[in-house]
Design a protein around this ligand. Sequence first.
Ligand SMILES: *Cc1c(COP(=O)(O)O)cnc(C)c1O
Length: 467
Amino acid sequence: MNAESPARTKRKNKKKNGHKKFWQFGREEVNTAHFDIAPEGTLLVREGNYQYNVYDIIKKHGTPTEIFFPTIVENRVRDLIETFNAYIKVTGYRGRFHYHYPMKVNQNREFVLPAVAEGANLDVGSGNELFLVKRMVEQDKFNEKIRVICNGPKTERYMELIEELRGKGLIVIPIIEDMVELERMKKFKGEVGIRVDLSVKVASHWDKRFNRYGFTEEEILALGKIRNLAVLHYHISSQIERMDGFLQPLKRALALYAKMREKNPQLDTIDIGGGAGVPYDKRKRFYTGKSLINQIVKTAKKQCDRLGIRHPNIICEWGRYVVAPAQITIYKVLAEKRAYNKGGNSWYVIDGSFMNDLLDTWAIKQKWHVVPVNNMREKNLQRVWLAGSSCDSDDKYTSGGSYILLPRLADSDELYVAFCDTGAYQDALASHHCLLSSPLKLVAGNGEIKVARKRETAEEVGKQFGW
Ligand SMILES: *Cc1c(COP(=O)(O)O)cnc(C)c1O
């Protein structure tokens, strides 16, 4: 081994860390603590003392490919529950905390089971999602004490399934959404919840004062006594941008809760819904889960004490927060084209589609953190826009019209790119524009790579369209 002067080693390390810093790796607060760069300049993901070289994985399995890391879901669920319980203890809050994983955020078995294993209860939004819960119960996979909140419009089939599972001893809590359901629920034997459409605006993609779910505050108060009512539920929006967007609705809901308790003394739980965001844009400041939970518990306690009411149990249904950071999506860059814009951008054409695989790119102008999978130590970077493989001009990612910096194609034989935080919402929204195949889905856990969903063949895709 060659002896190196300490100064030289330090200089070298600094240079190494420079690339790590540039790609925003190793930062707990933006969920990249487990990302690193291998000596050969490829993307590494760590799981404790295991590590996965993403470049090696895709050289073996091809692209487009999604890699899911179950440990990340496990850690985030455990952390969330522990943090709520810790702040409940230190503030002297007297209600209990229940976490419910909202299945709609990612219904893949590989995502749901690790969450349940760490103590998550469930929240379903449709009869078909509840059907999956029934399957898990039948396979003896569940502790009977698991609690299931049922949101969304209740069709007859959905209602029958709710009754059936309740009959099997599961705690199933339907949330009343409208007058028809209120009537129907009079026959339901278990506890029920009701959803309020709070009159507040918060900064997020949905920034209107009202949505179309549940009852307005006035309507709920006019209902008076509601049979078996245990839960007051609200869900304001997703990817709420500021902490205030949680605290204002919470105060308002607790004030309503206090009034509802006069006619409904058995009401004992407030369900604050989802909405906790993830820092997709790693260069912007964003609240942390820990500080958010601290503020929520503090605010709930202060408001209840001010109103002179017993502290209700708290349910939270954060979905995106738990699963988004647990998956990355990888594409190969197929070709480069000039974009003919003022900034001198290039189009990098990828072997997958934003409209199909990362639909929110198109639907709500979702921003992503994009990093190269190889050539990560390259100094000369190119300003690029990314173009999907479908024939649609809208199938693109331009980072809001600016650019993404990536290595130059000319500097290596091949280039792969990874999109971070793709674990929330994208899978169930995925489609087949131009009949492109969905990405391969791999699970990386305990040091092993397993194929969860094979890459679709032309036959399989054609079959879905009657061929
Ligand atoms: C979508 C949804 C959630 C999850 O929202 P996130 O923003 O992903 O946390 C929770 N509850 C309800 C009722 C929902 O509709």
